[in-house]
Design a protein around this ligand. Sequence first.
Ligand SMILES: Nc1ncnc2c1ncn2[C@@H]1O[C@H](COP(=O)(O)OP(=O)(O)O)[C@@H](O)[C@H]1O
Ligand SMILES: [Mg+2]
Length: 201
Amino acid sequence: MNKSELRKLIRRKRRSLTPQQRRQASHGLLTSLRQNARFCAAQRVALYLSNDGEIDTQGVIEDLWRRGKQVFLPVLHPVRKGHLSFIRYDSNTVMRNNRYGIAEPDFRRGKRVSARYLSIVCLPLVAFDQRGNRLGMGGGYYDRTLAFMTQTEVAGSNGQQPELVGCAYAFQQVPQLPAESWDIGISAIATDQEFHPFQQT
Ligand SMILES: Nc1ncnc2c1ncn2[C@@H]1O[C@H](COP(=O)(O)OP(=O)(O)O)[C@@H](O)[C@H]1O
Ligand SMILES: [Mg+2]
């Protein structure tokens, strides 16, 4: 199966879940993330608002807010085409729909942070494999935005790089994905079933 067929198949399965299955999985995702010490200690966490049947992150966002953490959402960069910017998200954030119909914080009014200064970036994905390869929707947005992770001396003020945690249903795991030269892998996966760190290579 090629990448586009695989995307179609898994996206269809993702969209076919019942509301009850979605609720259950959403609780499971939060439980998985809370097992990870770095998630529990993180001060600045980027999430995404679920779209196209993606595992629901609302419970995770509310958990972070309750614990006084800073939450950020990706916004399509208006100038740097194909790149994302991360903007602070709280209950007062002014939102607008982007060209994919996904709600995002208003770029001009929002508080921006460089991805380097995030503790954790939670990435949506269509499929992942046992080595931490990630298949996205096909836009390459996260690959471009996080390309700095492969360069040296990229540490932020905390002296660390953000941890890249894929969020998905367990059924989105496939045996093996092709890793393209530009693909940025994830360092861990959080599903409705478990939190699993990948071996650093
Ligand atoms: N760092 C990058 N610089 C330039 N183009 C990129 C970069 N990362 C990804 N792309 C382009 O984005 C497109 C989609 O990438 P792909 O990895 O297939 O999507 P996704 O990660 O969403 O599954 C590819 O055609 C690729 O050339
Ligand atoms: Mg990619």
